[in-house]
Design a protein around this ligand. Structure first.
Ligand code: SAH
Ligand code: SF4
Ligand code: F3S
Length: 441
């Protein structure tokens, strides 16, 4: 047996990064590496990083610090840092950790063969952070984590410059992948028996505007909906300012598009939304929700929101609580505002003390938990269609989990291996996060 050098990859951040890591692993396997989950046995360590909030960045710096020991014990180990923090921190990383060998930005993720060869053949301390002109994964090998649901980046970057956010600086301007490249990727996934595709972009609603032959997100969805063999289509993230009635019609018309929309509200105060540069107010947001619910039955709506944005008064926070009560999201990802020095909001004076931010966060989490539990309780007794995609992490014999169209996690038992199948489950119990049921044979 020939010896294969071992690759250890750790991924932080959003689904975009998870999918980037799948391309990283795919390319390195082709270059002769095999993967390991044991960092101490690896020859090449790659950290695919995130910096959307300060906490994750501190965590990554601390891991880079610990890897110093590994490099001291075995100087042949190569350490690379990629992802959003690599782009943002570039030289700072080399300064704080001179033993890092190379750094590349998210836009270079399809260029790994060149990067690794440059690093391996002597040119250490390599930085590759320029934005390549075209966004394409054509002919780039990929090693997907799931055999059932596949992430597909349809665009990268962001033009919105929300005042708190670092992403436009780390992922660059919006760039769409060509329609025909996406369609052929999905056709190949059908050949590999994938059941679900999950389209990714920071703002999928503005897909296609920059293409030499412009297309809209709705047009792309319709094309993908017509591909035989794919059962479900999901997408994230939608920006309220670009959420069109045309898209609502498309979701209603195309039966493979799941009844789930992730629509970050960020705050329930129009005053704060304005300073956040979100380009909509609370009324506008509420109207979209109304349109969505009036037109699409049984639609789940989830959101992102943050508390403690500079200048957020008690009244502004109450407005967020009120919006949550009125809208009743199925689920919410809630965050404490984190100061990012690249983003403009870092210059705002009225910072909120951490203690108060934490109190507000817990109030919001408690409220959402109540709402999610109430919504899920109503599903008890119903028979739902579930795409079985996992054995739960804490493995219990014969237990499986899957998701409904509206993206609820359903746990049930079965003697047969049902991974990858669409099954019917009768819901018998629920919590704020999970539904439990019995398989209907
Ligand atoms: N493009 C997506 C989200 C990208 S980041 C969108 O516009 O919705 C995911 C979430 O992280 C954001 O929705 C926001 O709620 C949160 N986030 C981004 N920057 C943040 C910051 N500086 N502090 C706290 N949360 C932040
Ligand atoms: Fe960040 Fe706003 Fe772009 Fe989302 S839309 S990635 S929050 S700048
Ligand atoms: Fe993080 Fe970059 Fe995603 S900052 S959330 S990995 S776009």
């Amino acid at each position: 047996m020939t010896y294969k050098p071992k690759l250890f990859v750790k991924t932080y951040g959003c689904q975009m990064n998870v999918n980037d890591s799948e391309y990283i692993v795919g390319q390195l396997i082709k270059l002769g590496y095999s993967t390991t989950e044991d960092i101490f046995k690896s020859n090449l360590i790659l950290l695919n990083t995130c910096c959307v909030r300060a906490k994750v960045e501190q965590k990554i710096y601390s891991l880079i610090g610990k890897i110093k020991k590994i490099k001291e014990n075995n100087p042949n180990v190569i350490l690379g840092i990629c992802g959003c923090m690599a782009q943002k921190e570039k030289e700072n990383i080399f300064e704080r950790a001179p033993y890092v060998d190379f750094i590349f930005s998210p836009s270079q993720v399809n260029n790994l063969e060149k990067i690794i060869n440059t690093v391996k053949y002597g040119n250490l301390k390599y930085i590759s952070c320029e934005n390549t002109s075209e966004f394409s994964f054509n002919h780039i090998p990929v090693k997907r984590e799931s055999k059932i649901s596949a992430w597909i980046q349809i665009m990268r970057g962001c033009n919105n410059y929300c005042s708190y956010c670092v992403v436009p600086y780390t992922r660059g301007p919006e760039q769409s992948r060509g329609v025909s490249e996406i369609v052929s990727e999905v056709k190949n996934l059908v050949k590999d028996k994938y059941k679900e595709i999950f389209l990714l972009g920071q703002n999928v609603n503005s897909y296609g505007k920059d293409l030499s032959q412009p297309a809209t997100f709705s047009e792309l969805l319709e094309l993908l909906n017509n591909i035989k063999g794919i059962e479900r289509i999901r997408f994230t993230t939608s920006h309220p300012k670009d959420f069109s009635f045309d898209l609502i019609k498309t979701i209603k018309k195309c039966h493979k598009i799941c009844n789930h929309i992730h629509l970050p509200i960020q705050s329930g105060s129009s005053k704060i939304l304005k300073v956040m540069n979100r380009k909509y107010d609370v009324n506008y947001y509420m109207n979209i929700i109304k349109e969505i619910r009036n037109n699409i039955d049984n639609i789940a709506i989830t959101t992102d929101a943050m508390v403690g944005f500079p200048g957020e008064t008690e009244k502004d926070f109450m407005d967020t609580l009120r919006a949550f009560k009125e809208i009743e999201f199925d689920e919410a990802y809630t965050f404490i505002y984190s100061n990012r020095e690249n983003a403009i909001a870092s210059l705002l004076p009225e910072k909120i003390p951490l203690k108060l931010k934490k109190e507000r966060l817990w109030k919001l989490i408690d409220l959402q938990k109540e709402i999610s539990a109430k919504i899920n309780k109503k599903l008890e007794g119903e028979i739902l269609e579930v795409l079985v995609d996992k054995k739960p992490k804490r493995y219990i014999e014969n237990q499986f989990s899957g998701r409904t169209g509206p993206n609820k996690t359903v746990v049930f038992t079965s003697k047969k291996n049902l991974l990858g199948q669409l099954v019917k489950v009768k819901i018998i119990k629920s919590t704020a996060w999970t539904l439990y049921g019995e398989l209907i044979e």
